[in-house]
Design a protein. Structure first.
Length: 248
């Protein structure tokens, strides 16, 4: 059993593999601060970040203020976003008892993307991809399926709309970079399949909305989509209509 007095460490983005290897200890409990943690209210972030910041970074602040880890490793490089730089400053001033460690993930080793290309429930696969950030073990081989739909983008704050996609959906964009453990890999992030209908997604107010909309316009059968904290009925209706009109 892990020790009861484990040190609480938060991560934001994808810290370099060398850091994740250091954190792979029974004495450390890792919190992925990008993801909703329990019943933490995102409005906890309101005094610290303006609402024009994306739901992910507001979730980071809300989690940090509530959990108050002893250390937080936050990627402030190109593999995350410019706004993460300022979020790190806010955290440092707001949590003086927490050590804020700024990192830049320039890892180039390709870990592979089996979950992005295999057949299976998209929500479950995306959940495994986000969880893989905390693992340093090599992936198990999985057979790639023939893709019928593409999902390009970042893991959403609200995973619920991923259940609308068929099991033969391939994952592209930063989510694929995430599984590959190379968040600052623009060529991989920009890759997509022009032969399958593809939803290009980013969180509202995220700088990646520019790339998502740009690539959707280039794609022969692409849909640009963004949403903030939760995916409402209009977002889900757009996805359903797009898939139905695509014959999926």
């Amino acid at each position: 059993m892990p020790p009861a007095n484990r040190q609480r460490v938060g991560i934001v983005g994808i810290p370099p593999l060398s850091i994740m290897k250091e954190l792979a200890s029974p004495g450390i409990e890792i919190f992925d601060l990008d993801e909703p943690q329990g019943k933490v209210d995102i409005e906890t972030a309101s005094p610290f970040l303006p609402r024009v910041y994306c739901g992910i970074l507001r979730t980071v602040i809300a989690n940090s203020i509530t959990i108050r880890p002893e250390r937080i490793y936050i990627d402030t490089g190109a593999g995350k976003c410019d706004c993460a730089v300022h979020t790190a400053t806010v955290l440092a001033d707001s949590l003086p008892e927490t050590e804020i460690i700024r990192t830049k993930n320039g890892d180039k080793e390709n870990f592979g993307t089996p979950l992005c290309r295999t057949e299976g429930n998209l929500l479950q696969r995306m959940t495994k991809i986000t969880a893989s950030v905390q693992s340093v073990k090599a992936y198990q081989d999985q057979a790639a399926c023939k893709a019928t739909v593409g999902f390009w983008g970042v893991p959403p704050r609200d995973f619920s709309f991923l259940n609308l996609f068929p099991d033969t959906t391939h994952i592209y964009g930063w989510a694929r970079c995430m599984e590959n453990k190379t968040p600052d890999y623009l060529d991989l992030e920009m890759h997509y399949n022009p032969d399958i209908p593809t939803v290009f997604f980013a969180q509202s107010f995220c700088a990646k909305t520019a790339l998502a909309r740009h690539l959707a316009a280039k794609h022969p059968h692409g849909l640009y989509l963004d949403c903030d904290v939760t995916a409402g009925n209009s977002v889900k209706a757009k996805i359903q209509a797009f898939l139905e009109l695509s014959g999926v």
